[in-house]
Design a protein around this ligand. Structure first.
Ligand code: NAP
Length: 482
């Protein structure tokens, strides 16, 4: 067994590490490499974490916005200082290529700085009153303790895009990261603990169905921010609604890249490769349907065939590789189930030829297929792997119909130089994030992020939208007598 810098991950409650069970974590790029140990805890500690958060929240909320902002700025500095270590651990834990992982940590730093600055911005309005002796205004107040449940596929950016706005709005946090990204979560906590007051963020390592569910059902949280699959998100939403807890859920996608007959094919193929195959297709915004107008289809297929054949798949820590393995055995089996279905019921358009690693890992060769219709499982279900289905449209109107023919509504792109059809696509597309000549993934941190239809609770994260979620508006009026 190969052991390199084995990292031990602990839950943190009120600033203290918690003992717990021990689960060994292996590197998905090299299954003989032991990366770390998770010391997971069980449900009874959830209330302890919530109590610690409640206590810390009161002192935190009483600080000025400027002081809170200064703390977030210090978190940004610490995260930046630890960028290499955090990125390396995350790549080794869940297989995201190191270049992408470094970019993700840098995104975390940007998010912390963006919300740090919010501490010095106005948080309400002066509202005219009917009586001139009344001074009326609105202000944002914190929600209290926010439960944060995160997935493994963006182990740094997603937790921070929830935690940073939650903190600047004056809340404390109980965070349950995915078990599959818990080494990275623990490392982030190590770094944050140097700056944060004890109890302001409490992080719990354990299973979703037990620990996560206890957080939803029993803990005295005031709000929940969840990102993960649609099935778990709907379950979380139902519990929060029954408790009248404010919630947001960001869930799955079946995102589309539409290619029109006038597209610049070289630029389009490059954007499609990035949108479909980076992170081994394990992005909620990954393109997993490519819809092309009939006339451009032959040329598009030729270019995809050549480009996909040459993609480099291999170990996540090798900077030469375009994509790494999928993150886990469960992912490997699930994605391979769809690949087998595709090989049986569809025709291969493009496939990567080799895996650039002699290690045993959860490697899957990128694949694009055609020959199924828009209702097929492969065109409807989220695969969450290096896979896309190519669908043909007679014309622009049919392309839009196919693009919208999904229960999901997260992200949609079109590739064209036609201004009028670009605008029509932006208007008619049933997705929360719509883009022209840009890949489906990659919406920037200062812009609202979220989906329509079954992709979200119709709330938005990031940018100013997050401040709406992590605070409540209080309307104040005072009459000057005399
Ligand atoms: P998941 O299985 O739904 O898990 C998400 C989180 O929920 C994990 O922390 C998980 O814990 C926890 N969990 C599981 N069951 C739970 C329960 N009964 N009660 C409370 N918590 C529970 O999703 P995933 O596989 O980690 O992530 C992949 C999915 O996330 C994909 O569908 C992807 O599209 C979606 N995603 C969406 C966005 C977006 O912004 N729309 C962004 C990224 C990912 P454990 O893992 O420890 O069991």
């Amino acid at each position: 067994m190969h052991m390199t810098n084995v990292y031990e991950a602990y839950s943190v409650i009120n600033g203290k590490q918690q003992d717990g069970g021990a689960t060994t974590i292996y590197n998905p790029s090299n299954l003989s490499e032991h990366v770390g140990i998770l010391h997971d805890v069980s449900s009874p500690v959830v209330e302890e974490a919530t109590e610690a958060a409640k206590h810390a929240q009161q002192a935190w909320a009483s600080l000025s916005g400027l002081k809170k902002g200064a703390t977030l700025e210090n978190l940004a500095v610490k995260l930046e200082e630890n960028k290499e270590d955090i990125a390396t651990l995350a790549s080794s834990e869940m297989g995201k290529p190191i270049k992408e992982m470094k970019g993700e940590v840098a995104r975390g730093v940007q998010l912390l700085r963006y919300y740090a600055a919010e501490g010095s911005r106005s948080d309400g309005d002066v509202i005219p009153a009917a009586d001139p002796q009344v001074h009326q205004y609105s202000k944002r107040v914190p929600l209290g303790v926010v439960g944060v449940i995160t997935p493994w596929n963006f182990p740094v950016a997603i937790p921070i895009w929830k935690i940073a706005p939650a903190l600047i709005c004056g809340n404390a946090v109980v965070w349950k990261p995915a078990k599959q990204a818990a080494l990275t979560a623990s490392k982030i906590m190590d770094v944050f603990q140097e700056v944060l007051p004890a109890g302001l963020i409490n992080m719990l390592i354990g299973s979703g169905s037990q620990l996560g569910n206890t957080l939803l059902e029993k803990a005295t949280i005031d709000a929940l921010s969840f990102t993960g699959s649609t099935a778990t998100g709907l379950h979380a939403a139902a519990i929060c609604a029954s408790r009248n807890i404010k919630y947001q859920t960001e869930m799955g996608g079946k995102n589309v890249a539409v290619v029109l007959d006038d597209a610049d094919l070289d630029k389009t193929v490059s954007a499609i490769l990035s949108g479909t195959f980076t992170s081994a297709g394990q992005k909620c915004t990954a393109s997993s349907r490519i819809v092309a107008e009939k006339t451009i289809m032959p040329a598009l297929k030729d270019k995809l065939k050549t480009a996909v054949a040459e993609l480099r798949v291999g170990e996540a820590l090798d900077e030469q590789n375009f994509l790494g393995p999928v993150s886990s055995k469960d992912q490997y089996e699930k994605v391979n189930g769809y690949i087998s279905l595709a090989k049986k019921e569809a025709n291969v358009v493009a496939e990567t030829e080799t895996i650039a690693s002699d290690q045993e890992g959860y490697y899957i060769q990128p694949l694009i297929v055609e020959g199924v219709d828009a209702n097929h499982t492969l065109a409807q279900e989220e695969v969450f792997g290096p896979f896309a289905v190519l669908l043909e449209a007679e014309d622009f109107d049919e392309a839009i119909d196919i693009a919208n023919h999904t229960d999901y509504g997260l992200s949609a792109s079109i590739f064209t130089n036609d201004l009028s059809r670009s605008h029509q696509f932006l208007e008619r597309s049933e997705a929360g994030m719509v883009r022209v000549n840009l890949e489906t993934a990659g919406v920037e941190f200062q812009a609202p992020f979220g989906g329509m239809k079954m992709s979200s609770s119709h709330t938005r994260e990031q940018g100013q939208a997050a401040l709406e979620f992590y605070s409540e508006t209080k309307t104040c009026a005072i009459k000057h007598n005399g």
